[in-house]
Design a protein around this ligand. Structure first.
Ligand code: AMP
Length: 355
């Protein structure tokens, strides 16, 4: 597995349970480990979509067991990702290139209103983004040719779909997950069976189309905006995804095991997802131990240093009944920055599906 962050660690855990030997690889290894070579018939995938271009990563990508080269080539640059979505006629937020001549007015005109600049590479958790709404006319960053411009979308909520495909083209999907962000960072994910049943089939259709086109193997995540005009794809990640962490507690096969099954020829099944799952990210500073006094809490700690805005772990809760999930979320001691996401998630747990 190229990458040795928390996703790699959770993939290793899944491998231990499944009897699949998973080795995670630092893309910037110390001199001594440059000689890494696959043992036997290694299958190589990645738990991240960006890595430094060095001798080690180039060698890895030249291995016969390296999967998903086409997906990484198309999806890791936002511009080629958006172009692919358009070519496959998959609905996505209107966008345009940011050429050397582009300025605030020309981009507003091209996109019929306010827009976001998004860096083509390397942006995550809302980083590498800039909103024209807050602009005073002069403030647009000089990201010409390094960013795309995307129309500001008015959405009722954000959803994601995690799916997997194997070498034979078999595909499985989880239920749509509802995601609550603040400042571009995912704070809370919620999965209630059937809540977005109306959109499930359409989301799976788009997902399947993309994975089939790329001959993709493994788990892939698509983030959507739910708008008056239906689903719009926000972005695609060719890997296991933060919004699928709830599957560790709430699905018979979690997304990490699913990825390993998909790439190693083990059976793919639609997992049982029999109840309500809530995932809360631990962001910036250590988890309040009081979280652990709630009997339903499952903590996953990533062993990282505290840093503002950094994802340090996550908390999962699963219960067959939404009311219990709401009670857990209400009682969970969380920083004030979670207040709005928690309110919205609680409304979702007791309310109707947004139109
Ligand atoms: P991203 O890194 O592209 O997933 O963006 C992070 C968050 O910014 C998203 O989850 C949305 O909440 C918000 N966002 C991204 N793109 C748009 C858009 N075109 N219009 C409105 N909000 C957006």
């Amino acid at each position: 597995m190229l990458g040795d962050g928390q996703l790699g660690a959770m993939l290793r855990d899944a491998g231990r349970r499944l009897g699949v030997d998973v080795e995670t690889l630092n893309p910037e290894p110390a001199e001594t480990s440059q000689a890494w070579a696959p043992r036997g018939h290694a299958i190589i995938t990645a738990e991240r979509e960006h890595w430094p271009d060095n001798g080690f990563t180039r060698n890895l990508q030249a291995e016969p067991g390296w999967l998903n080269a086409a997906a990484f080539a198309a999806l890791t640059d936002r511009q080629s990702q958006k172009a692919l979505l358009d070519a496959l006629q998959l609905p996505t937020a209107q966008w345009c290139q940011v050429t050397a001549e582009a300025d605030l007015q020309s981009l507003r005109a091209a996109l019929n209103g306010e827009f976001l600049l998004k860096r083509r590479r390397g942006g995550y958790d809302g980083r590498g983004q800039w909103r024209s709404q807050t602009a005073d006319g002069e403030g647009m960053p000089d990201w010409h040719d390094e960013a795309i411009a995307e129309r500001c979308i008015d959405f009722s909520t954000e959803l994601s779909l995690i799916g997997a495909r194997d070498a034979q083209g078999n595909m499985v999907f989880y239920e749509l997950t509802e995601n609550f962000h603040a400042g571009g960072i995912l704070q809370i994910s919620l999965m209630q069976p059937g809540r977005f049943a109306r959109w499930q089939r359409e989301a799976e259709f788009y997902h399947a189309r993309l994975m089939s086109h790329l001959q993709y193997q493994g788990v892939l995540a698509i983030e959507f905006f739910l708008t008056d005009a239906g689903l719009l794809i926000n972005e695609v990640a060719p890997r296991v995804h933060n919004s699928g962490h709830w599957t560790l507690a709430g699905a018979s096969v979690d997304q990490f095991e699913m990825h390993l099954r998909a790439i190693s020829g083990l059976p793919l099944v639609t997992p049982m997802q029999p109840g309500c799952s809530v995932m809360v990210n631990v962001i910036g500073r250590a988890v309040d131990p009081a979280c652990l006094t709630l009997p339903g809490t499952r903590l996953h700690w990533y062993g990282k240093q505290e840093r503002a805005g950094r994802k340090l772990g996550h908390l999962n809760f699963f219960h067959p009944e939404a009311g219990h999930a709401a009670e857990w979320l209400r009682q969970l001691p969380l920083d004030a920055v979670f207040a709005e996401s928690r309110e919205r998630a609680l409304r979702a747990l007791v309310g109707d599906c947004p139109e």
